[in-house]
Write a protein that binds this ligand. Structure first.
Ligand code: TXD
Length: 319
């Protein structure tokens, strides 16, 4: 059986990390696309030379021509500009919306059957715009944010409780922004709800609230430290988990930015919700019961996403 084909649109910090992870896992042949001349080609050559050492067989190529992504099974989009200190994710709309338009045209023409994972910020608006521009089916275009935000939440909780990260199952819903909704009532350590661990004296409500706040600011914390860009190892790792769920028909329930129609009181919006990812892409949106606080926070998140869409439509009248 021919190898799968993975196209990475954007060969920057996340794109290069995606390529390395996909190659090490032998997920398929990899095409790195970028508008920067030489970057995708140089990274592809460098990564290819890891093969003899790591022992992976994967054809890794770099290109500036969309035709080279033809027939891709999975496309992961990081094209655009990342944040600098002092910038909000929303400040990126002006530039990255135009980028999504170009990428959407490329997908429509060369990879209409692909499962597309958008990473570019502001995520909830960019994934919606990419779906609109590409015309691909809603169940085949998703955004990566919740897996990353949940991993940040899980990391901080594991440190707090002094337990293995393997045993923390964290849930973060809503938009990929300061309004994201870490849902402690669905967050467990080996099945034990966080609230029960607090009741056992393993932590306090105040500390958990601090961790929720730190999770919300998780991206900004790294931007502030790096100064030249934003996080890229965990974002790449998160998108790879989503791509593996699709390629392996794993039926994983992952928090992804997906098109929600009729559930959570929404009538057609991309936002982070628990999603079953399998060979058909988005196979089901899981509507969990939210307590009043989580419901309120989720609504704030939805309203923030809606404002981004208004901003997008003001920039590009075709949306
Ligand atoms: O959880 C999440 N979704 C976020 C997303 C987590 C971290 C980073 N987040 C966003 O991903 C970030 O705010 C950016 O919007 C993207 C990509 O971040 P990255 O750190 O990889 O940015 P780089 O290193 O600047 O890479 C972007 C590449 C760069 O090589 C540019 O030349 C290329 O995008 N680029 C383009 N490629 C194709 N087409 C166009 N028009 C284009 N413009 C720039």
């Amino acid at each position: 059986m021919a190898r799968k084909k993975i196209a990475l649109i954007g060969a920057g910090m996340i794109g290069g990390t995606l390529a390395h992870l996909a190659a090490k896992k032998e997920m398929g042949d990899i095409v790195l696309f970028d508008i920067a001349e030489g970057i995708p080609q140089g990274k592809a050559l460098d990564l290819s030379q890891c093969g003899p050492i790591e022992g992976f067989d994967a054809k890794i190529t770099g290109t500036n021509d969309y035709a080279d992504i033809a027939g891709a099974d999975v496309v992961i989009v990081t094209a655009g500009v990342p944040r600098k200190p002092g910038m909000s994710r929303d400040d990126l709309i002006g530039i990255n919306l135009g980028v999504m338009k170009q990428v959407g045209e490329g997908l429509k023409k060369y990879a209409p059957d692909a499962f597309v994972i958008c990473i570019t910020n502001p995520l909830d608006a960019m994934v919606w715009a990419l779906r609109e521009f590409s015309g691909l089916p809603h169940n085949k275009v998703v955004g990566m944010a919740g897996v990353l935000d949940s991993a940040r939440f899980a990391t901080f909780l594991a440190w707090e409780f002094g337990v293995s990260v393997k045993d923390v199952n964290a849930f973060v819903l809503g938009g990929h922004g300061d309004t994201m909704v870490p849902v402690t009532s669905y967050t467990t350590v080996s099945g034990i709800p966080v609230d029960d661990l607090v009741a056992m004296g393993k932590s306090t409500k105040a500390r958990i609230d601090e961790i929720v706040t730190r999770t919300r600011g998780g991206g900004g914390e790294i931007v502030g430290l790096l100064k030249t860009g934003s996080a890229f190892y965990a974002p790449a790792t998160s998108a790879i988990a989503m791509a593996e769920a699709y390629l392996g028909d794993q039926k994983r329930i992952l928090p992804c930015a997906v098109y929600v129609e009729g559930k959570y009181g929404l009538d057609g919006l991309y936002v982070g919700v628990p999603t079953v990812i399998g060979a058909n892409g988005v196979e089901e949106v899981i509507e969990i019961a939210l307590d009043d606080e989580a419901k309120q926070n989720f609504q704030v998140s939805v309203d923030a996403v809606k404002e981004l869409l208004v901003a997008c439509k003001a920039i590009d009248g075709s949306l």
